[in-house]
Design a protein. Structure first.
Length: 196
């Protein structure tokens, strides 16, 4: 037997209801999906914001540490520079020991030095002394200046002044002393630490 539909419009209504329910379900599913997506994006944004705030706080702490370390690094750099300067001074300083040793070694026995003037900026010294014999002044100068067979630190010398002094001795006699001033030149390179 065949069925005859006495209300054909009802079927359209049933199909329309099913379609409407399907559209509602799809709309609700889309709203739920977008809601979940929005919630995920909100949580992700909050996580990124918290992470960004943490990184900013770490940056502030790191900048403070860098600033405090910068002051220390500057102090260390200045200390290293001073250490290098002191090292250069020690490597390039003039040792007066060689000059005094040659003066002591080469001066005649009865010659007495009364004054020695020297400076690190000059390559000469001025020596004041006294001797009893005028010939000792020439011998003193000759013994101090370098020669082929006579090594010494002094390269040249000149006598500037000679003055005679008469002194009374304990026995009532008179003794002549000759005061002299001489300039002795030397080579600075021979007195540097590297040449010693």
């Amino acid at each position: 037997m065949s069925s005859i539909n006495l209300a054909p419009g009802n079927q359209y209504i049933i199909v329309a209801r099913k379609r409407r329910i399907r559209l509602y379900v799809i709309a609700i599913a889309i709203i739920v999906i977008f809601g979940i997506g929005a919630l995920v994006l909100f949580v992700y944004t909050r996580t990124l914001q918290a992470s960004s705030d943490g990184i900013k706080a770490q940056l502030v702490i790191t900048e403070k540490k860098i600033q405090s370390l910068h002051d220390e690094a500057l102090r260390i750099a200045l200390f290293e520079q001073r250490l290098e300067d002191v090292s250069k001074l020690l490597d390039n300083h003039i040792s007066w020991e060689k000059i005094f040793a040659d003066l002591e070694r080469l001066l005649p026995a009865d010659t007495v030095l009364t004054k020695v003037s020297a400076g690190s900026e000059s390559n000469s010294i001025i020596v004041d002394g006294k001797t009893q014999n005028i010939d000792q002044i020439a011998l003193t100068l000759a013994s101090l200046v370098r020669d082929v067979n006579h090594p010494t630190v002094f390269t040249a010398g000149t006598v500037k002044t000679i003055q005679r002094e008469n002194l009374n001795n304990a026995e009532g006699g008179s003794v002549s002393l000759y005061g002299f001033t001489m300039t002795l030149n030397f080579n600075n390179d021979a007195l540097s630490k590297s040449a010693l």
